[in-house]
Ligand binder design. Structure first.
Ligand code: ADP
Ligand code: MG
Length: 424
């Protein structure tokens, strides 16, 4: 078995981070089997070398290796690209064509950005993975193929499954073995190494002396977030190699090449920022809750006072500060409203009761219950409201789900799920 170092040399892979070595080791181990492999990692981390390693170290290496970027093929043609089509299957299908699964028989197919596959294609793919069978588009003749699949994705597949964009059964089929490549920001010891390699490649390519980084520039490079990972680092090395007259690049110069917007803020700053964002959001929520609680207490106090004494001027006077606190100062709008309402110019309008009701009085207890009922009604759970909306919409459309789904702004599939969930 070839060593990790030898493989790195053979496939031009730079770096020595344990996570990278582990990923390569895993690829070497699974290569001789036919196990499906899912390569995961952010965009630009170097996922494309893994299926190449797997193919080259397998018994399939003399047969075809086909790399397909699932995200780049239009939805309308992907089935035909992968599985071929019969003559006349659709407008423009003037002759029978074989797809990648037929061509790569005995070899390996790399499905890059597999998370982008349309659901209908996912069904076909599942069938090939399960028993090697597939149908050309427009054909009913089952064909057989023997293809090893390596797939890659930079999207969170669990999220895709949850959103019903990716089939769970297919996911488990594809990811018998998962090989994860870490983002560059987690491979800080490799960053300068990679930069030096790229700088020397571009020096050769453009026939110029190699660009170097000052010590501070190296620090900046290592701390940067690299949301585009190795692909982005390579681009920046190329730009510097071509554009910088001074072949020793300072931190100030380098900074001009590093975007500081979006996800590309330096890693450290980004992390603390995200944390403080979260905690300040939480703080605001706490504050709102505390304020609400305190308002509620004030209101309780005031209500008690009103129940005891009725809405007399005394109550208003004794609780002036409380009333101010709860209702604030009148704004111009409030005053205008009050004037229009023909009330007294006093901004506070607590309903007038001339005779002070007595506590324990039945009418009060009644009112109290009534108030509680309203409150309960208002806190009807969201689920109940949703159920109500769905029911009404279905009634309006005589049970036609398509129309109801359109009215509710959800997919038919989601509506179907909800109908099952609520047992409608
Ligand atoms: N470890 C590495 N050493 C050298 N070059 C690398 C390494 N990893 C990735 N690259 C280069 O970075 C670029 C992006 O890699 P790629 O495999 O296309 O990323 P992904 O498929 O994960 O988006 C390619 O030019 C690739 O050659
Ligand atoms: Mg890629």
């Amino acid at each position: 078995m070839e060593s990790v170092q030898a493989i790195k040399q053979r496939f031009g892979i730079i770096g020595n981070t344990p996570a990278l070595n582990r990923a390569i080791e895993k690829a070497i181990q699974v290569a001789p089997t036919d196990i499906s492999v899912l390569v995961t990692g952010e965009s630009g981390v170097g996922k494309e070398s893994i299926p190449k390693i797997i193919h080259q170290l397998s018994h399939r290496k003399h047969n075809k290796y086909i790399a397909v970027n699932c995200g780049a093929i239009p939805e309308g043609t992907i089935d035909s690209e992968l599985f071929g089509h019969e003559k006349g299957a659709f407008t423009g299908a003037t002759q029978t064509r074989s797809g990648y699964f037929e061509e790569a028989d005995g070899g390996t197919i790399f499905l890059d950005e597999v998370g982008e596959l349309p659901l209908t294609t996912q069904v076909r793919l599942l069938r090939v993975l399960e028993n090697g069978e597939f149908l050309k588009v427009g054909s009913s003749k089952v064909q057989k193929t023997n293809v090893r699949i390596v797939a890659a994705t930079n999207v969170n597949m669990f999220e895709a499954i949850q959103k019903e964009k990716f089939r769970e059964d297919l996911f488990y089929r594809l990811s018998t073995v998962d090989i994860n490549l870490p983002p560059l920001r987690e491979r800080q010891e490799d960053i300068h190494l990679l930069f030096r390699k790229f700088a020397s490649d571009f020096a050769l390519k453009y026939k110029m002396p190699t660009v170097k980084l000052s010590e501070n520039a190296v620090q900046l490079l290592v701390k940067y977030r690299w949301s585009g990972n190795i692909r982005q680092l390579r681009n920046i090395a190329e730009q510097l190699s071509v554009l910088e007259q001074n072949r020793t690049v300072s931190a100030e110069t380098l900074r001009n090449y590093l975007p500081t917007t979006g996800n590309n803020l330096p890693a450290v700053i980004k992390q603390t920022k995200a944390e403080s964002d979260f905690s300040s959001e939480r703080e605001i929520l706490y504050k709102v809750l505390f304020d609400m609680k305190s308002d509620l207490n004030d209101l309780k106090k005031l209500t008690m006072e009103l129940m005891k004494n009725g809405n007399t001027k005394d109550v208003e006077k004794n609780n002036e500060s409380l009333i101010q606190k709860i209702y604030g100062n009148p704004t111009n709008d409030d005053i205008a409203f009050e004037e229009h309402d023909d009330n007294e110019s006093d901004f506070l309008s607590i309903p007038e009761h001339t005779t002070p009701p007595v506590i324990e009085n039945e009418s009060i207890t009644d009112k109290y219950h009534f108030a509680e009922e309203i409150e309960e009604e208002e806190t009807l759970s969201l689920q109940d409201k949703e159920l109500e909306l769905i029911k009404k919409s279905l009634e309006r459309h005589n049970g036609k789900r398509k129309l109801a789904a359109a009215e509710l702004g959800i997919s038919e599939r989601t509506l179907y799920r909800k109908i099952k969930q609520y047992d409608l």
